[in-house]
Ligand binder design. Structure first.
Ligand code: PLP
Length: 391
């Protein structure tokens, strides 16, 4: 018998990133600028802390909220960096990555039919998770002319009396866009005016290359409107450890904890132990990795522009988002052709929303040598298109 699946799940296509990742499997000599994952290994002292915790026999469940020592470190970090105070007892929940945090946040606040504003291009999970939570995704398209920044007026225009949530995610995946404090303050006015809840995914907060990151919940009046999400995957090169956290007022954190308690119990203790060490002693490596990403960023943007793929300057995360319009190919045709002919994996911008069409995402979480080689291949691929279109 064929099992009957839920219509809600059937309505959501599988992740477009995954499709390209799977195409690379079994291929040799592929340079991947496809997956949004640091190429660094988790710093040794963090791995060592984990090994030591296992040797000491820390293999149990933790509190549903997460280890209190980790919550205290998260509270210190948030206070030290953004001057915003979250009580480790009641206002911080340790999650299985930001991915779980995002899902919990939506499920804690969204009722069937509630509108969730999502500026696009955006991270691929936001729309599907909204649908799984019973909400209605409402896209706020952005464009390259404005460096893919949503502005307050555009957000307000899409807001109706059904709108409950605004998703913000800066520095942004896939564009690398960062919003300035003033731009965020203008959005904050709309949030107050319409009583919105903001889910702010700030997983790339440490990866900014010009100026300091502004934490949305630290803006005047935003603490009570915001569920602040962050994690260890990107800044500490800890994707496989699956540790993130959510901060907010006690009611919303308790509501999220309730779902987490029944579905997940707790985040893995080994990862939590490692995360404590990362927060206590990981600063030097974070800075080193960020400096390295910055060098790669400059190289890739320069080479893409030289190749004729116009690329605006990303100010954060580790993605460049060049236009491929000059080639006459769609973003999917470009990505497939590049992979088949030159063994370079990038992700078509269309998987991040309709406004991503005409662009491709190149993750520069790869070594300088690999980026150089990938750019040589991309350049060859583009010149071949030029020649064939002249024939
Ligand atoms: N949020 C954004 C914007 C991301 O780009 C990613 C991963 O690429 C995630 C969340 C997932 O993070 P985690 O590994 O903490 O679940």
């Amino acid at each position: 018998m064929k099992m009957k699946l839920s219509n809600r799940v059937k309505a959501v296509p599988p992740s477009g990133i995954r499709k390209f990742f799977e195409m690379t499997l079994g291929m040799e000599d592929v340079i991947s600028l496809g997956v949004g994952e640091p190429d660094f290994v988790t710093p040794w002292h963090v791995r060592e802390a984990c090994v030591y915790s296992l040797e000491k026999g820390h293999t149990m469940y933790t509190s549903n909220y997460g280890l209190i020592d980790l919550r205290k470190e998260i509270s210190n970090k948030t206070k030290g960096t953004y001057k915003i105070d979250y009580d480790p007892e009641s206002e911080i929940l340790v999650t299985v990555g930001v991915s779980e945090g995002f899902d919990l946040a939506l499920r804690a606040v969204v009722d069937p039919g509630d509108g969730v504003l999502i500026p696009e291009p955006s991270y691929v999970s936001y729309k599907p998770c909204t649908i799984f939570a019973g909400g209605e995704p409402v896209v706020v398209p952005t464009n390259v002319e404005n460096d893919f920044k949503p502005n307050a007026a555009e957000i307000e225009e899409k807001t109706t009396d059904r709108t409950k949530v605004l998703v913000l995610s800066y520095p942004n995946n896939p564009t690398g866009t960062v919003l300035k404090k003033k731009e965020l303050e203008e959005i904050a006015d709309v949030v107050v005016e319409h009583g919105l809840t903001v889910i702010s995914d700030e997983i790339y907060d440490r990866l900014t290359y010009e100026g300091r990151h502004t934490c949305f919940s630290a803006l005047n009046g935003m603490r009570d409107h915001t569920i602040y999400l962050n994690g260890f995957s990107k800044a500490y090169a800890m994707t496989g450890w699956r540790i993130g956290y959510a901060c907010g007022n006690p009611e919303v954190v308790e509501a999220m904890m309730k779902i987490h308690q029944y579905s997940m119990l707790c985040a893995p203790i080994t990862g939590q132990m490692a995360a404590i060490e990362a927060l206590k002693n990981g600063e030097k490596e974070v800075r080193k990795m960020t400096d390295e990403y910055d060098q790669r960023r400059k190289l890739i943007v320069k080479r893409l522009n030289e190749t004729g793929l116009a690329c605006f300057e990303p100010k954060g995360a580790f993605y460049a988002f060049p236009s491929v319009e000059s080639t006459g190919l769609t973003s999917e045709e470009f990505s497939e052709g590049l992979l088949k002919e030159e063994n370079v994996a990038v992700v078509p911008g269309s998987v991040f929303g309709d406004s991503g069409e005409g662009f491709v995402r190149c993750a520069y979480a790869a070594s300088l040598e690999d980026i150089e080689e990938a750019m040589t291949r991309i350049s060859r691929f583009v010149s071949k298109i030029d020649v064939s279109s002249e024939e």
